[in-house]
Design a protein around this ligand. Structure first.
Ligand SMILES: [Zn+2]
Length: 136
């Protein structure tokens, strides 16, 4: 069987735990961005060739969340919960959480990145990036 692959290569690494995200640091103003922006820096307007790929640790804080109860897509089954996460390194992103519902979730909880496998259409395994509440 083939090795598992990242469902979204270029956004995160799958060879370390917790999986680091792949952002961009602007050589002009130092701004760290995630996801990578193909057009350049949103902070100072620098061209894309001044942006350097940088690994961002997958640690942050839950800033908001919402549970989706009806979803027609086939990649994920409802219910699932999407969170707004403020990474410790600065960037904010929206990501699916490992918990299906918001049961036990609270604003300000510590979260970390985690890979969750799913089957791809060609029979292989894809690793999706999710965020899990850190056990204390
Ligand atoms: Zn910049």
């Amino acid at each position: 069987m083939a090795d598992p692959k990242a469902a979204h290569p270029g956004l995160y690494r799958i060879d370390r735990e917790p999986p680091p995200l792949l952002g961009q640091r602007c050589a002009g103003c130092g701004r760290l961005a995630f996801p990578p922006n193909p057009y350049g820096c949103e902070g100072c307007g620098a061209e894309a060739d001044e942006l350097v790929t940088e690994e961002i640790p997958g640690h942050g804080e839950l800033a908001a969340f919402a549970t989706v109860h009806l979803h027609p897509g086939k990649d994920i089954e409802a219910p699932f919960t999407v969170g707004t996460i403020v990474l410790d390194a600065g960037p904010t992103l929206r990501a699916t959480l490992t918990r299906a519902t918001d049961d036990g979730l609270a604003i300000g909880q510590r979260v970390r990145s985690q890979l969750v496998p799913r089957h791809s259409e060609d029979g292989g395994e894809l690793l999706e990036l999710r965020f899990a509440v850190e056990e204390t």
